[in-house]
Design a protein around this ligand. Structure first.
Ligand code: Z5A
Length: 259
């Protein structure tokens, strides 16, 4: 059933985001998840932030060059938000409106973690900015890929070879440890949306863990003669009502899905 969103028309599709630190495997897993959903005959749109639409990709180049860093984390947060507005308007909302599964490599939780927690911006400001930019188009499911900062950085280094680091890759290991705990804090605070996935295994093993969560949370048929009840944690934004919200499927904040 289509549900009218606050910021942008009817919404029938499903919005999945992947979050986590540098080199956690988000892009790899976004691709693998899209392939698996496509095999089910579902339309998938894989996208990323910053970027995902022509103007937002232009802003990505500016942000990752480090040109905005000297203006401080608030200016960076505003520019990430500007890119997000364009991305939502031109890629995410149109895809959701036609019923697609949108799989997005990073989204608003990255602003909360990078600019908010690590940039020391008052969380109320970050959440207010998020409310204005994202509106009703909140993720149905967020997969937090978790692994030690050193492992993610080593993966990213190996991939880069001798290439130059970008604005965020060049931060020290303490920054990346802080990021990891910020993402875990976000997941613990919103267990009805977020699932922590152990991202230290093989790509295939992690993909399997993700599939278990996606099947259970988004694809499982309703129980005969009834429906899963919405939980108290259901956002009051009128998002799609056909995503299964089984309270028993909410992750205990301490529970990690093992690869
Ligand atoms: N940022 C922000 O500050 N605020 C915001 O609001 C938003 C973003 C939206 C975007 O950088 C930067 O913008 C990001 C946060 C900031 N900064 N950083 N750092 P990006 O898009 O260029 O990079 P990224 O988002 O951090 O992703 P990544 O480094 O490309 O990592 P990944 O997507 O998580 O991993 P991957 O590309 O899938 O894999 C990395 C390598 O590891 C690659 O060679 C793979 O083949 C390998 N890999 C993947 N999985 C495995 C496993 N399981 N085992 C071993 N090796 C693996």
């Amino acid at each position: 059933m289509a549900v009218a969103g606050k910021n942008g028309g009817a919404r029938r599709g499903c919005f999945i985001t992947l979050e986590g630190g540098e080199g956690a495997g988000k892009s790899t897993q976004a691709r693998m998840l899209a392939e698996r959903l496509s095999l089910r005959g579902l339309e998938c749109v894989t996208t990323r932030e910053p970027g995902g639409s022509p103007h937002a990709e232009e802003l990505r180049a500016v942000l990752l060059s480090g040109a905005v860093a000297s203006l401080g984390p608030m200016a960076e947060a505003l520019l990430f938000a500007a890119a997000r507005v364009d991305h939502l308007d031109h890629t995410i909302r149109p895809a959701l409106a036609r019923g697609a599964y949108v799989i997005c490599d990073r989204f608003a939780d990255s602003t909360r973690a990078y600019q908010g927690a690590l940039g020391n911006i008052d969380p109320r400001l970050i959440l207010a900015l998020e409310a204005v930019t994202v509106g009703a188009t909140r993720p149905d499911l967020t997969l937090m890929l978790d692994l030690p900062a050193e492992v993610g950085l080593a993966r990213a280094r190996a991939r880069r070879g001798g290439g130059a680091t970008d604005r965020f890759e060049s931060e020290g290991v303490e920054f990346h440890r802080g990021l990891r705990s910020s993402f875990l804090d976000i997941a613990a605070g919103e267990p009805s949306r977020c699932f922590v996935i152990d991202a230290s295994g093989t790509p295939a093993g992690i993909a399997e863990s993700i599939w278990v969560v996606v099947e259970r949370r988004l694809l499982a048929p309703r129980p005969p003669g009834g429906s899963f009840k919405s939980t108290a944690a259901k956002p009051a934004d009128g998002r799609r009502d056909d995503v299964r919200q089984d309270p028993q499927n909410q992750q205990d904040p301490q529970e990690r899905v093992k690869a």
